[in-house]
Design a protein around this ligand. Structure first.
Ligand SMILES: [Zn+2]
Length: 332
């Protein structure tokens, strides 16, 4: 994949979504019977971080340890269910089989499915992509990203947006259909731009949102509005939040961000009026211009907390810096 940005933790998928296999329920049943299946709910999934734990039902197939070499196809701590397990055959699960998601095929043909159903109360070792996204291998990251994003959408779209009647999941979970008015509904992804602003001296401008942990600064971001081009959105968001005008807008890459339903579209741009930079005081409460020397010094002194390594913002800042930056990560 051509991207200026390297090592985007959540954009490493090797899974073939194989959309042509979604149309036959019989095909899906056959694939399900030999699939790797995991359960997702509310952005969480089961994880084994030691190999000694098993999940609540004892039905889980214990697999390998979290792996350090994330780029190979060895398995991480993601816990899978056996296709013929008692848990899947239980009435609770049977009722949720309509919410099984066909996620795609591995390069070796292995099908991957997820089931979106509540975990039994008290289930331990539930984790989120924010916590273990970097530990999943390149195959599993695609499967889990697909599953979490789909589940987030299904959970809040139980009814038809046209007539208000209940809808059902069809085509392996890729679509919902209204049996009453026949309308089909497709998962939505919210586009957000994220911008690395530079000046002619090759400094970068970072801003700080009020809701972030103390000392956290990052690049500027905002949602695309209806009828707006990505370039216009880049210009508008940065003008609103930091008061500078932009030119030389260049696309850098993208990373899905299913918290709950975004994709981050990354751009770099140049401003010719760096002196005009000013926080809007609403979303952004402070801004700072950084040279490379200044950013290294502020990280070292603890005066600056960078966004986490799983975020595209961190990779954008490192792309400008020229190498990975160490330092404490701050969530949100
Ligand atoms: Zn309807």
């Amino acid at each position: 994949m051509a991207s200026e940005l390297q090592n985007l933790a959540l954009a490493r998928s090797l899974l073939d979504r194989a959309a042509h296999l979604r149309t036959s329920d019989q095909t899906l049943d056959e694939l399900f019977a030999k699939a790797k299946i995991f359960q997702v709910n509310q952005g969480k999934f089961s994880w084994s971080d030691g190999g000694s734990q098993s999940n609540q039902s004892g039905q889980a197939n214990q697999l390998a340890q979290p792996n350090q070499n994330k780029s190979d196809s060895s398995l991480s701590g993601l816990i899978y269910l056996e296709p013929d397990s008692a848990q899947i055959k239980s009435p609770e699960f049977a009722a949720s089989v309509a919410e099984r998601f066909f996620l795609g095929l591995a390069p070796n043909g292995q099908p991957f499915f997820a089931i979106n159903a509540p975990f039994p109360q008290g289930t331990e070792n539930l984790v989120s992509l924010r916590e273990v996204g970097t530990l999943l291998n390149d195959l599993e990251i695609g499967a889990v990203m697909h599953a979490v994003a789909l589940a987030n959408w299904h959970d809040v779209h139980p009814r038809c947006a046209r007539c208000g009647e209940p809808t059902i999941s069809i085509l392996g979970g890729s679509t919902r259909k209204c049996p009453t008015c026949e309308a089909e509904h497709y998962p939505r992804t919210d586009s957000a731009v994220i911008v690395l602003v530079r000046d002619r001296d090759d400094r970068i401008l970072l801003g700080r949102q009020k809701i972030w942990p103390a000392k956290r600064f990052s690049t500027f971001a905002g949602f695309l509005e209806p009828g707006e081009s990505l370039e216009a959105c880049v210009v508008r968001e940065v003008a609103e939040e930091a008061g500078v005008s932009l030119s030389e807008i260049k696309y850098l890459g993208s990373q899905p961000w299913p918290f709950p339903a975004s994709i981050m579209l990354s751009f770099t741009a140049v401003t010719d009026n760096p002196e005009a930079a000013e926080a809007d005081g609403e979303e952004i409460e402070a801004i700072r211009w950084y040279t490379r020397e200044e950013i290294a010094a502020d990280i070292a002194s603890g005066e600056l907390l960078l966004p986490p390594g799983i975020s595209i913002a961190r990779r954008m800042i490192e792309l400008w810096y020229g190498q990975p930056l160490e330092g404490v990560e701050a969530w949100r």
